[in-house]
Design a protein around this ligand. Sequence first.
Ligand SMILES: O=C[C@H](O)COP(=O)(O)O
Length: 274
Amino acid sequence: MLSAVKKRTAQLLDQPDEEGGLMRTPLIAANWKMHKTVPEAVAMLRDLLDRLGGQAPTDRRVLICPPFTALSAVRDVLDGTGIFWGAQNMHPAEEGAFTGEISARMLTDLGCSYVIIGHSERRHIFGESDAFINQKVHAAFAHGLTPILAVGEKIEQRRAGEHEAVVEAQLAQGLEGVSAEQARTLVIAYEPVWAIGTGETATPEDAQAMHAFIRGWLAARFGDDVAQQVIIQYGGSVKPNNVDALMAQPDIDGALVGGASLHAESFARIIQFQ
Ligand SMILES: O=C[C@H](O)COP(=O)(O)O
């Protein structure tokens, strides 16, 4: 039945649709990575809000993940606008001698709703393991943060036909010990590593195929009803000129946007996908 699941946009967030079915509210997220000072962050968001008429759209969810240093200022600008803010990473411990790290408590103290966990740059540049990522997922849930678990294969793994196996292993290990009730609120971001920051996007069909595979895995692990509620974002060179085709795919429920989220004009257009 999963192939029959249609993405539906809601007039009111998180409400059952008119058919009594489950719906997935699209989630468009900005991952600013290591970009923007506080004044730059504030200026971009004011520009973005102007372009959106001062408020988040009601039929899709918008999330900004700035660097830690800008979170407080981002909260001050976004509070009351309906746009969410979150973090790009966190440490799984409550607190302690972890120089340079940030805990879930610190993020919720700043009003964060989401945290990106297991981004490929954390996995491949900073050597984060699936076991460590799994600890972060549990810590996020324990503090009421929604984890955005990022998964995706490298180009050599795709060429070798290993992409589904790679993603399956990342899901299985990253979600070890997660309950069905927790999984219901989860976000997965599929980001093929070869498409990140390269301008090379997966075709809508290739992305859809992997998203359907991920939803099938979630259904087998947590049940169909849970799988139908999980938001699965695509990330990797999402731009104004390709977002519509990507978002038209039935299992692509949102976008995790890097480069094109840094500028108000391009990010506003992505938010306003058709
Ligand atoms: O988290 C975002 C992704 O890494 C995508 O980045 P990109 O849009 O610059 O390719």
